[in-house]
Structure formats: structure tokens, C-alpha cells
Design a protein. Sequence first.
Length: 81
Amino acid sequence: MHTQNLIQMANRIGQFFESMPDRADALAGAAEHIRKFWEPRMRAQFLQQLDAEAGQALHPFMREAVMAHHARLSEALPPAR
């Protein structure tokens, strides 16, 4: 999947969860949604691009969610190529 599509999807997920009243629950919920519903290759590609130029388009809320829950999102990922 194209990295820009992953960033856009993550930002849409973040928009939904950011409206929750409890920020900690919102951050955890956004990260958990990606962990549950994105297949491991999608997550791996997404996480690899966070520090790259493509990752600059990621909304600050979603970046915070991913960084706070990076270890959980990295579970069961395929080996890096």
C-alpha cells in the first residue's frame, strides 16, 4: 500500500479518536485501532515512514498516539527488509 494512503488513513482515525474527552483513552484507542485492524505489513510500512519525509504529513495527535504506543504497534511485525 502507498505510504501516503496509510498516513491519510491514520489521520482519519486520529480525527475520530481526538474528539474523545479523555486524551489518554483517545491516544490508546487510536493506536489500538491500527493494531487491531491493519495487517502487520501495513503497520510495518507505516512505522518505518514516521521518521521519513512522508511521516511529516501525520497529524500531531496521531504521531503522539503512535509514539506513546509504539511497542504495542510493533508486535508481530514481519522482519524489516
